[in-house]
Design a protein around this ligand. Structure first.
Ligand code: ADE
Length: 240
């Protein structure tokens, strides 16, 4: 997969060099380019913003540098443009899977009050454009949202995680939260590890994990439970 990020703060994307994302890059599973939007400005002040038409507070990112950046990075399309904005569709594990299946993503990080809408409308004539929100709150800009999305996407790429089984068990993989986890020692500060996890009975352990996962989901995220496909529940789950 190839990911390009366009931003006025390239240093913000430094963590893309680190940890498992950095390792995915080193092993050739992922190719990342971070670009300074100001490279596509032509005035001495390298201006990227201006006052909003119609009035109102703040500044809006001008279309020209964005247009040139996208022309340079994807002259014939061939990529999906992802624009983080609090006005977008809410990011989810399903969306992470969808984006992980793309060969090429371009993230456009807006700042201030956002990017002139014509940039997105024009880009949509040659590539799919998706506006994505991390949640119902407002960040200073899209950079941190891009880091979050890249982490969620890159860990789904085949070969990135050492043990692909961890993807199947984790929260949101099957629409529920994952069960709590424990490691050694068997007792710590008066808190024992649930006996069943030390029983070696894999059938009972799987049953316990599923019950705990459903219980947690019911307590913490009833919205997820309500959205579950009833087909994935079995008789013992329904009794819960
Ligand atoms: N930019 C500013 N706020 C944001 C949010 N909540 N999600 C994605 N991008 C943003």
């Amino acid at each position: 997969m190839r990911i390009d990020v366009v931003t006025i703060f390239p240093e913000y994307l430094g963590p893309l060099d680190l940890s498992l994302i950095g390792k995915a890059r080193d092993s050739g599973l992922l190719d990342v380019g971070v670009h300074d939007l100001r490279e596509w400005t032509h005035d001495v002040h390298r201006t990227v913003d201006d006052t909003p038409y119609g009035g109102g507070p703040g500044m809006v990112m001008r279309p020209e540098p964005w247009g040139e950046a996208l022309d340079a990075l994807a002259p014939e399309g061939g990529a999906r443009l992802v624009v983080p904005t609090p006005a977008g569709q809410v990011f989810s594990q399903a969306m992470a899977h969808e984006l992980a299946a793309e060969p090429r993503l371009i993230f456009a990080c807006g700042r201030y009050e956002g990017i002139d809408q014509r940039v997105l409308d024009h880009a949509a004539s040659r590539m799919p454009v998706t506006e994505v929100s991390l949640g119902d709150y407002v960040l200073f800009g899209g950079e941190v949202a891009v880091l979050v999305m890249c982490e969620a996407i890159v860990r789904l790429l085949p070969g990135v995680l050492g043990n692909a089984d961890s993807l199947a068990e984790e929260s949101h993989a099957n629409g529920v939260l994952e069960a709590p986890v424990f490691t050694k020692p068997p007792e710590w500060r008066g808190h024992p590890v649930p006996e069943i996890l030390r029983s070696g009975d894999h059938g009972r352990i799987a049953r316990w994990r599923r019950d705990e996962a459903l219980l947690r989901t019911a307590q913490r995220r009833p919205d997820l439970l309500a959205a579950l496909d009833p087909g994935i529940l079995d008789k013992r789950d329904v009794a819960l």
